[in-house]
Design a protein around this ligand. Structure first.
Ligand SMILES: *[C@@H]1O[C@H](CO)[C@@H](O)[C@H](O)[C@H]1NC(C)=O
Ligand SMILES: *[C@@H]1O[C@H](CO)[C@@H](O)[C@H](O)[C@H]1NC(C)=O
Ligand SMILES: *[C@@H]1O[C@H](CO)[C@@H](O)[C@H](O)[C@H]1NC(C)=O
Ligand SMILES: *[C@@H]1O[C@H](CO)[C@@H](O)[C@H](O)[C@H]1NC(C)=O
Ligand SMILES: *[C@@H]1O[C@H](CO)[C@@H](O)[C@H](O)[C@H]1NC(C)=O
Ligand SMILES: *[C@@H]1O[C@H](CO)[C@@H](O)[C@H](O)[C@H]1NC(C)=O
Ligand SMILES: *[C@@H]1O[C@H](CO)[C@@H](O)[C@H](O)[C@H]1NC(C)=O
Ligand SMILES: *[C@@H]1O[C@H](CO)[C@@H](O)[C@H](O)[C@H]1NC(C)=O
Ligand SMILES: *[C@@H]1O[C@H](CO)[C@@H](O)[C@H](O)[C@H]1NC(C)=O
Length: 323
């Protein structure tokens, strides 16, 4: 899935791309049990100080992102949304200053629909060739990870494309930009696609700690096509659950393009669609030690939703789009 246009608001694109994050890195001696894990974005989280395989030194601001979609478009093929749950979008490694890069290792490009289509998003960037090999969803069977595949097909759901294409996008665009999923980290016995499986499991481990549906429900906030909500309702419910303020994204018509907001200057979106939870991580992101961080860190935006009272919808899903 493409990133929301909102991404460009919160994160400024940086044109960095190379074959590997740390060229020349040896695949020996990345024994993280022998290393002191540092908090990403802290003073020691630099590759000249610590092992990049054991502390995230590249994309230290880790965003666990979730979607509220009301349909998939592929219901007839059994692609449906998980009832009473938001769905997983991804696990993104932003730079510590809030900007980010993408498609960091084109030798691991499994996205059939690269978006953007060059590494910088501009014509001068390196073109990203659409992947035409077997879907990344076929990478799990050789590892016997059928349970993981089933979980992903339940909770990591694409809209208007097969789930596997979406996972390929998430891995290639974002997963390749972590220092700790870099291939040399896996040692001389690396088995092809091992880090892809590792990335999927890690994204899920963060997702599992972030029950957006339940946190909203705990404050009496459920999807409704008749009730409207205010941004502050979502923010306070999620701050209670998460411990920091996430980025909240809204799609739909701009508030001041609707009858209710006519004549105002509030041009935020009116339909709740995404939440991005920011973390610093202790050691490898795989270690699952995330520290909640406000999305406003370093002047980051906390969302693109309308702020007016009662401006927002949290819509009920289409009949037949969830099980
Ligand atoms: C790996 O560690 C051993 C033992 O400390 C050392 O002798 C060797 O030079 C290291 N190899 C690399 C490639 O860093
Ligand atoms: C390591 O790199 C960082 C960032 O480039 C730099 O600020 C720092 O001084 C370097 N530290 C050492 C010990 O070389
Ligand atoms: C943010 O950090 C990245 C990575 O260190 C750097 O390339 C980029 O120039 C920084 N951007 C700004 C606006 O400072
Ligand atoms: C990228 O997409 C733009 C807009 O659709 C198109 O004009 C351009 O030719 C594409 N570039 C590559 C390298 O595919
Ligand atoms: C598939 O992608 C490869 C690598 O980009 C390319 O060389 C090949 O021509 C493509 N094949 C088809 C049938 O498009
Ligand atoms: C906004 O108000 C103007 C002036 O009353 C009216 O012409 C227009 O149709 C309204 N737009 C919407 C979206 O309600
Ligand atoms: C909506 O708000 C934006 C930003 O405040 C403003 O520039 C725009 O003119 C407004 N549009 C309408 C139709 O009122
Ligand atoms: C994060 O944001 C919340 C809500 O805006 C605020 O109360 C809290 O102090 C912030 N925490 C940090 C660590 O900045
Ligand atoms: C509620 O609204 C959503 C979004 O507009 C729509 O897809 C869904 O079908 C509606 N549900 C009902 C029960 O009307």
């Amino acid at each position: 899935m493409q990133l929301l246009a909102a991404t460009a608001v919160s994160s400024m694109l940086v044109g960095v791309s190379q074959a590997s994050l740390y060229p020349g890195q040896s695949n020996f001696n990345h024994t993280c049990a022998l290393q002191t894990p540092f908090l990403s974005c802290s003073a020691n989280a630099y590759p000249n100080i610590t092992d990049s395989c054991c502390t995230e030194t590249y994309g230290g601001l880790v965003l666990s992102t979730q979607l509220w979609n009301t349909y998939t478009g592929l219901e007839s093929q059994g692609q449906v949304l998980p009832k009473d749950s938001w769905s997983l979008h991804g696990l993104w490694p932003d730079f510590c200053n809030g900007s980010y890069t993408q498609y960091c290792d084109l030798s691991r490009q499994y996205d059939p629909l690269p978006s953007p289509n060059t590494t910088t998003g501009t014509p001068s960037g390196t073109p990203i060739k659409p992947y035409n090999g077997s879907s990344i969803s076929t990478f799990l069977a050789p590892f016997g990870k059928f349970d993981l595949l089933a979980y992903m097909n339940k909770f990591w759901i694409a809209q208007a494309q097969p789930n596997g294409d979406f996972w390929g996008h998430e891995f290639s665009k974002h997963g390749t930009c972590y220092s700790t999923f870099n291939l040399p980290c896996y040692g001389p016995m690396y088995r092809k696609h091992e880090e892809v499986i590792d990335f999927f499991e890690t994204a899920i481990s963060y997702y599992e700690t972030l029950p957006t549906w339940t946190w909203l429900g705990a404050q009496g906030i459920y999807p409704s096509n008749s009730t409207t909500y205010s941004l502050i309702d979502f923010q306070s419910a999620l701050v209670k659950g998460f411990g920091a303020l996430p980025y909240i994204a809204c799609s739909g018509p701009k508030y001041n393009a609707t009858a209710a907001g006519n004549g105002t200057l509030d041009n935020g979106g009116t339909v709740l669609s995404e939440v991005w939870y920011y973390h610093h991580v202790l050691g490898r992101v795989q270690a699952r030690h995330g520290v909640p961080i406000n999305a406003s860190i370093n002047g980051g935006s906390v969302g693109n939703c309308a702020k007016a009272k009662g401006a927002l919808k949290y819509p009920v899903r289409t009949v037949g789009s969830e099980v």
